[in-house]
Every structure is written in C-alpha cells, then in structure tokens.
Design a protein around this ligand. Structure first.
Ligand SMILES: Cc1cc2nc3c(=O)[nH]c(=O)nc-3n(C[C@H](O)[C@H](O)[C@H](O)COP(=O)(O)OP(=O)(O)OC[C@H]3O[C@@H](n4cnc5c(N)ncnc54)[C@H](O)[C@@H]3O)c2cc1C
Length: 422
C-alpha cells in the first residue's frame, strides 16, 4: 500500500470526522465571537420632534404635540421645573389685563382654560382663583386699556376709585387718587409643581441630558441626537440658556437677569393676607411695579419688585437674597400693608427672567433652518402663557405654512440693554 493513498476506512472515518471537527470549530468560533461581542445596543428611536428644555414652554409644547399624535422626546439638563429654571419655585401670576398688548390678553384667556383643566385633574390645585387686583394712579393708560379689554371681552371684573379700594381691602393702605381693577376669574399658578403636572398629564418622561446645539447628519439627512436617535424637528425651549446654546444668534438678545422674591409670615391666625381675603395684587408704583401673591399652600405672603436685576449665568449664580432687596421689600410693605410691617421673612428665592429686548416672546425658526425652532423670551411674564406658547409651537410643526407672528419673530428681537439694579 502506498502510504499516501488513504484506505476506504480511513476515508470514511475522515469523512465522518470532518463535520464533527467542522462543527466543533464553528462552536468555538461562535463562543469566541460571543465573548468579543458588546452587549446589544438598545434601539434608539426616531421621533417626530425632540424638545430641549422641560420648563413651562417645553412641557406644554410636548403636551400639545403628543395630543396631536406626534412622537416626542423631551430633554432637560436638570429635570422638569427645577430650582434653577425660570419656571421653578412656588407661584406665578395669571392675569388677562395687559394694557394695549391684547395679544397677551387673548393668550392668557386661552391659557387659563388649559391651566384650569390641568388643575381639576391634578392631585393638588395648580390654579388658585384668587382674583388679580391691579392698581395705579388715576389716569394711568395701562389700567384704562386693560379695563377696556376686560369690558369689551365680557371678562368678569370689578373696578373703582380709592374709596372702593380701601373699603374692599382694609388690610392695605391706598393713597389719594388711586384706582383699581379686580379681575375675578384669574389668580395664581403653582410653578415648579405645575410644570411637573403638565409632563405627567402628557405621559412623557423627561430625559436628563445636557443637549448640544443641533447636530445634522448629512448621511441620513436627519437631526441626530447625542445617543444616536434622530428627530425630524427640534425645539429649543431652553429659557435663560438659549443664548448660551446659540451665542451667534442670541447673545444679548435673550438676557438672563437676577430677580428676587420674598415671603413674609403673617401673625399666627391672621387670615387677612391669604385668599379669599387678599387677591394677587400689582401696584404700578410710579413705573417701579411691585406685585404680590397671597399666602398659598403656607408659603407666606409673597412680594417682588418687577425691575430687572444684573445679568447672571443661571448655572453658577449664587442664589442668596440681598440685604438691600429685603430692605426695599420691607419698606414697601410698611407703607402698603401695615399689618405686616414687622412680619418675619420666612423664605425667598433668587430666580431669573429671560428677557427679550421688548418683552415679546420668541417663537420662530432658527434663521435659515426650516426644522429647528427657538422658543423663549418669557421676559418675566411667560409662565401663564405656557399652554398657548406650546399650542402655537405645535401648530407650526403641524403646519409648515403657518405664518410666524411678527411680534414673536426672530427679526423683531433687538439687543437687550444690560441693566444693573441691585
Ligand atoms: C421671579 C420670577 C417671577 C415671575 N413671575 C411671573 C408671573 O407672575 N407670571 C408669569 O406669567 N410669568 C412669570 N415669570 C416668568 C416665567 O416664569 C418665565 O418666563 C417662564 O417660566 C420661562 O419658561 P421657559 O420654559 O422658557 O424657561 P425655563 O423654565 O428656564 O426652562 C428651560 C429649561 O431648559 C433646560 N435647558 C437649558 N439648556 C439645556 C440644554 N443644553 N440641554 C438640556 N436642557 C436644557 C433648563 O434646564 C430648563 O429646565 C416669572 C419669572 C421669575 C424668574
């Protein structure tokens, strides 16, 4: 037998052995491969809209888009309605009187219904119907225009001169020539908890991620999200952080200013500074508007001076009340609310307005981009209108031909004059 020629037996053995060997090798390879294989990546979704910012504007935008059947992801660097957000904290005013700015009156009227519906289904009230009292010296144009709008639109209200004011609110001190308008349908909203309630009602989870400025993948022709997900449209509702995200477009156009609010404690058993005895109130105060919210949920009598403070960074600002601010609030209280002249300061908060140059909101496309929206510029009066701002953003996304309201356009946003007050 020639050594190199295999016998039939050898051939058969070899043949039968071959698949076994091959199978073993395949198993080994499989095992080796599976050892090398990374854990399976969770599938990252594609959504219709990704929203950056779960403040009042972003939350209501998500709410409306989800109701309209859109798929949405909602991102926030710190979570919903957090302490550093402009929408954080305890309470906000909702009023309809806006002088000649009837666009905001109409938005507030529409928004109120959304807040009421939300409040009705929430475990604790989000809207408190305390009424809103606006008072000013006789002849004040803003007051007269607000009154005219309330009358023309059959919104329930009362109004009167200094005697009417003094009879109605004996815990306050009014001065010669003052007049007032009381809106009876409006009042106060609960802020941070209100935003969280909107998100719960929308049934969406907030993803806690610091989002970058838009990333567009040319390969897939989609907006790419940091985790590999994609979105057709992006909404940046980043409040006082908007200019940081888009410095070239928004630096000095949306400016965050430091604002203080103070809570004073009425004497034990004294109900004169809580609803229903005291409504939300705002005093024109020679242009240096002071406003307050009666004691809600035990937070105390809240007072704030509506004048822009210094420009700040919302991430790093130290949030401590200033002695000068507290002193100004106390001096005002002594003059207007004598029963609280020696009330203790029981709380307070440092927040920020995100001002536009003229106080108008920003709801417009990023310049030159069809599918990126910039939403912000609440300017100290945005909270109440969260529902209608969100509704408008959703309407733009649903209808690409809907015209941008000129007052909310990017083009009408000028440079904000930097002010330092405190
Ligand atoms: C003291 C004070 C009193 C006020 N009083 C009233 C009032 O009485 N009535 C009224 O109507 N309005 C009032 N306002 C104004 C109103 O609260 C604001 O206009 C409104 O809350 C702004 O909401 P927003 O959603 O634009 O901003 P924000 O609430 O600040 O939300 C923006 C969100 O974006 C997130 N974000 C930012 N950048 C990123 C990023 N890169 N990645 C992920 N997330 C990001 C932030 O974390 C934040 O949560 C007041 C404001 C203040 C400060």
């Amino acid at each position: 037998m020639v050594a190199d020629v295999p016998t039939r037996r050898a051939l058969l053995t070899g043949l039968t052995a071959l698949p076994v060997a091959a199978a073993a090798t395949a198993d080994e390879r499989k095992e080796r491969r599976s050892k090398k294989r990374k854990p399976a990546k969770p599938k990252v979704p594609h959504v219709d809209v990704a929203i950056v910012g779960a403040g009042v504007f972003g939350a209501w935008t998500a709410w409306h888009l989800l109701r309209a059947g859109k798929s949405v992801r909602l991102f926030d660097a710190y979570g919903a309605g957090h302490a550093r957000a402009s929408s954080g904290g305890e309470s906000r005013v909702i009023r309809m009187g806006y002088g000649a700015d009837t666009i905001y009156s109409e938005m507030a009227r529409d928004s109120l219904q959304y807040w009421k519906d939300l409040s009705d289904s929430a475990s604790a009230p989000i809207f408190h119907n305390t009424g809103v009292l606006w008072f000013a010296p006789q002849g004040d144009a803003y007051t007269a225009q607000s009154l005219a709008w309330l009358q023309a639109n059959r919104v329930r209200h009362e109004h009167g001169d200094v005697r009417w004011l003094q009879d109605k609110y004996r815990q306050m001190q009014f001065y010669q020539g003052e007049t007032g308008v009381l809106e009876t349908e409006t009042g106060a909203l609960i802020a941070g908890r209100g935003v969280q309630e909107v998100i719960a009602d929308a049934q969406i989870a907030v993803e806690r991620v610091v989002m970058p400025a838009p990333l567009f993948s040319k390969r897939i022709k989609q907006h790419a999200l940091p985790d590999g997900g994609t979105a057709d449209q992006l909404v940046y509702a980043a409040g006082p952080w908007l200019a940081e995200l888009f410095p070239q477009q928004l630096m000095n156009k949306i400016v965050a200013t430091r604002q203080e609010v103070y809570h004073f404690g009425a004497p034990q058993g004294d109900t004169r500074f809580a609803p229903p005895e005291l409504p939300v109130w705002a005093d024109f105060n020679n242009g240096r508007i002071v406003y307050g919210i009666p004691d809600l949920e035990g937070a105390g009598f809240k007072i704030a001076i509506d004048v822009h403070g210094p420009v700040i960074d919302p991430d790093t600002v130290e949030r401590q009340l200033t002695p000068a601010g507290i002193a100004e609030a106390r001096a005002y209280i002594a003059r207007r609310f004598p029963g609280l002249a020696s009330a203790p300061l029981i709380g307070g908060r440092v927040c920020q307005y995100e001002n536009s140059s003229n106080g108008d909101y920003l709801i417009d496309r990023f310049p030159g981009q069809e599918r990126i929206w910039l939403v912000g510029g609440g300017s100290g009066h945005g909270f109440k209108n969260g529902p209608t701002v969100g509704k408008r953003v959703a309407a733009h996304i649903l209808d690409a031909n809907l015209a941008v309201e000129p007052r909310f356009s990017f083009a009408t946003k000028g440079t904000v004059a930097a002010r330092t007050v405190f």
